[in-house]
Design a protein around this ligand. Structure first.
Ligand code: HEM
Length: 423
């Protein structure tokens, strides 16, 4: 089908909805509580075409369709074109950043067959069965962190628990030495700004620099493991690379960076957002204390209620139609997972936190071929963490009336979460 307006009419954009969208992504108030804005988008036009050139989906059903349908995929166009479209000119970008050879892209940004090839190399390390064996190790990491927590005075959960646990779990799996873990909180924080829908030139510069630092670090780690292999995922990927022609050096480094970053940035925010939700719903916290059997459904409900990943998206690979809205090839479609998870057509009374909810999984791990590789691991970490935490402390109190969220929307999380614990 031709892409011009005569044969493929674009629906008019809805300026009112663009204003709501801008309020969500572009203001501190919107980012710290996007849910009223999502509700407005969902009720006026669940799939709407923005004057800014993308289409946004806010309901569960359409988000899931877009995430699962192979007509929507990742943007594999030359990075120059995509950046020029977004930022106007390319002067601010270092040449190595513009060099977006396919080899530099991680599976998260690729379509089949490359996506399938890369994902299949690491799939086995993250299956539910493999992850079950990690539970005792996760429990002992959690217990070690809880042992160190000062009682009776404010402590920052983000700093003392929410970051250190996931980085230790994924750092050990990958073979990243413990002395380096802490440093990555700041570096990865800068790098992931690239996933945001709105980014200042300054943040962009910092993010590009962080990306370079990550590549340099993992180059070094791969060289070290090549010389002295260990019992870790980087060493087994090196063995795959040497034994077959299935993996280039840049791809290997890309996988390591992706798994390391995805492994802690998001799970950190499952712990932070999840604990905040429990602390602001004491009746649900009490229910969980009385019935630890609820841990599995509780973690899925915490993921739904305040998802660590709020925005996801695809590129239309051909002209198509989503819920009656025509979408052109190369158009970006934003799937707002945080809005889909509060869709009343899918979850009854969606603004209520209900740890016993049994209405199917949230879209927090997305769907389709890019469904989160680490979902079983993230769930296991969440279940073990909340289980041990409430078992250890008789009382956990929020030590602020105004928890502060980071200035982010795609990866939603708190900057600090001060609490007072007592055993
Ligand atoms: C609560 C924690 C987590 C959340 C909410 C989360 C969320 C997501 C989402 C929404 C995607 C899909 C992105 C897309 O559709 O393009 C994704 C992909 C991915 N996640 Fe997670 N994630 C979490 C934890 C983890 C962990 C612990 C790992 C560690 C291995 C991990 C590794 C990955 C990888 C490798 C992908 C790319 C998969 C692909 O492109 O096929 N994630 N995650």
């Amino acid at each position: 089908m031709a892409g011009d307006a005569a044969t493929f009419p674009w629906p008019a954009s809805v300026p009112e909805l663009d204003a709501v969208f801008a309020q969500i992504v572009g203001t501190e108030e919107g980012r710290s509580n996007p849910y009223p804005g999502y509700e407005r988008l969902r009720s006026v036009a669940p799939v709407y075409r923005s004057g800014l050139g993308f289409t946004a989906c806010t309901r569960y059903e359409e988000c899931e369709i877009v995430l699962r349908d192979p007509r929507f995929g990742k943007d594999e166009r030359d990075r120059r074109d995509a950046l020029e479209e977004r930022f106007g000119d390319l002067e601010m970008f270092p040449p190595e950043f513009l060099d977006m050879s396919r080899e530099r892209r991680s599976m998260l940004f690729l379509n089949p067959p490359d996506h399938t090839r890369l994902r299949s190399l690491v799939n086995r390390a993250f299956t539910p069965r493999t992850v079950e064996h990690l539970r005792p190790q996760i429990a002992s990491l959690v217990d070690g962190l809880l042992d160190e927590l000062a009682e009776g005075e404010p402590v920052d959960v983000m700093d003392k628990l929410a970051f250190p646990l996931p980085v230790a779990v994924i750092g050990r799996m990958l073979g990243v030495p413990e002395r380096d873990w802490r440093h990555f909180r700041e570096v990865m924080g800068r790098a992931t700004a690239l996933l945001e829908p709105v980014i200042s030139p300054e943040e962009l510069g910092h993010a590009i620099q962080a990306q370079g630092e990550l590549e340099a670090y993992f180059h070094g780690l791969v060289a070290e493991r090549r010389a002295r292999p260990g019992d870790d995922l980087v060493s087994s990927l090196i063995a795959v690379q040497e034994g077959t022609d299935k993996l280039t050096e840049l791809e290997l480094i890309g996988i390591a960076i992706l798994i390391f970053g995805a492994g802690f940035e998001t799970t950190t925010n499952l712990i932070g957002n999840g604990l905040l939700a429990l602390l602001t719903h004491p009746e649900e916290m009490a229910r969980l204390r009385d019935n630890p059997g609820l841990l599995r459904s509780a973690v899925d409900e915490l993921l739904r209620y305040d998802s660590p990943v709020q925005f996801d998206g695809r590129l239309a690979l051909e002209d198509s139609v989503v819920a009656g809205v025509p979408v052109k090839a190369h158009e970006e479609i934003i799937t707002i997972l945080g809005a889909a998870n509060r869709d009343p057509a899918h979850f009854s009374d969606p603004d209520r936190l209900d740890l016993e909810r049994d209405q199917g999984p949230p879209l927090s791990f997305a769907a389709g071929i890019h469904f989160c590789l680490g979902a079983p691991l993230a769930r296991a970490e969440g279940q073990v963490f909340f289980g041990r935490l409430i078992e250890r402390f008789r009382s956990i109190e929020l030590a602020t009336d105004t928890p502060v969220f980071r200035n982010r929307i795609t990866l939603r999380g708190l900057s600090t979460l001060p609490v007072i614990v007592r055993s």
